[in-house]
Ligand binder design. Structure first.
Ligand code: FAD
Length: 267
């Protein structure tokens, strides 16, 4: 099973504010995190890998610092990671972004000699919130698409997905190769061990530039992005401490140790 997970590094929107005059995000001093829905997507991929074997590739587009997000993915189940980064891709809207990411996916598939069985995306990025990039990737690559996956399992050469709906839930099946966008699932993303975190820190991540990811200049960057942002708004903030749930005692202990390690409280 060959799985690719699209991962966007986003500002932690629970600590971000909007400039009241310019109506733009004030990013200064705001920590960057893996988009939470992408963390759920990676966890879904890791569970599939645990069940049937395979390999997970994490792919991000962004500045050099997005490698931190990819390293986090390597520490919790991804086997390899690539960053698409080039100044000519700056200013891309969602369609240009999905076009660039799809071109990079094709490049990786050529290298592998086969399409990825599954491409996972989060249902949306918490800073952009459009939820467009996953479905657009499916369109660019002409793949089957299932959105808002809540649970999934592999059945032969297909993925069976449970998706919540107003009436209850839908069960959907897509044959490989397919694109699946993932919402908050019942499975909390696993936490890295200190060992896997240290190994990921040392990992080399390949940067793909416009030299390899060749996208027509009318389909990338500002020139390829006709979208105009008319307004932005502040999402409601809901955060009070951190609750660790859904883990047994030893896993919860390991997670707390890992959190304290991250905060520099234990070394
Ligand atoms: P969604 O569609 O909500 O994301 C869904 C899923 O797609 C994510 O969960 C993730 O799995 C995947 N995904 C999305 N983006 C990425 C990514 N970059 N890498 C890997 N996976 C991804 N943003 C900038 O950073 N720099 C700019 O200069 C810039 N200029 C813009 C100019 C315009 C006119 C517009 C409209 C937007 C611009 N943006 C820019 C924002 C950028 O287009 C979006 O952040 C991006 O297209 C993703 O859209 P979204 O955040 O709505 O993601």
């Amino acid at each position: 099973m060959n799985i690719l997970v699209c991962v966007k590094q986003v500002p932690d929107t629970t600590s971000i504010k909007i400039d009241p005059i310019k109506h733009t995000l004030i990013r200064t001093g705001v920590p960057s995190i893996v988009n939470p829905y992408d963390a759920y997507a990676l966890e879904m991929a890791a569970r599939i890998k645990d069940a049937v074997g395979g390999k997970i590739c994490a792919l991000s587009m962004g500045p050099e610092m997005a490698k931190d997000a990819l390293k986090e993915c390597l520490s919790v189940g991804a086997d390899e990671a690539y960053l698409i980064s080039d100044r000519v891709f700056g200013g891309s809207d969602t369609l240009a972004t999905s076009c660039i990411i799809s071109t990079a996916i094709k490049l990786l598939e050529e290298k592998n000699g086969a399409p990825f069985d599954l491409i996972f995306c989060g249902k949306q990025a918490i800073d952009g919130d459009t939820g467009q990039v996953g479905p657009e990737i499916a369109e660019h690559l002409d793949r089957a698409l299932i959105t808002y996956a809540y649970e999934s399992q592999i059945e032969g050469d297909a993925i069976k997905v449970r998706r919540e709906s107003d009436e209850g839930y839908d069960m959907l099946l897509a044959h490989f190769p397919a694109v699946v966008t993932v919402e908050k699932t019942p499975y909390e993303p696993r936490y890295p061990s200190i060992k896997s975190k240290m190994a990921a820190r040392k990992a080399q991540i390949t940067t793909l530039t416009s030299a390899e990811v060749t996208v027509d200049e009318n389909s990338r960057g500002l020139k390829g992005s006709p979208t105009k942002v008319k307004s932005t708004y502040t999402a409601e903030v809901q955060k009070n401490g951190q609750t660790i749930s859904g883990l047994d005692g030893s896993l919860a202990g390991a997670k707390i140790a890992s959190l304290l390690f991250d905060a520099g409280i234990i070394k």
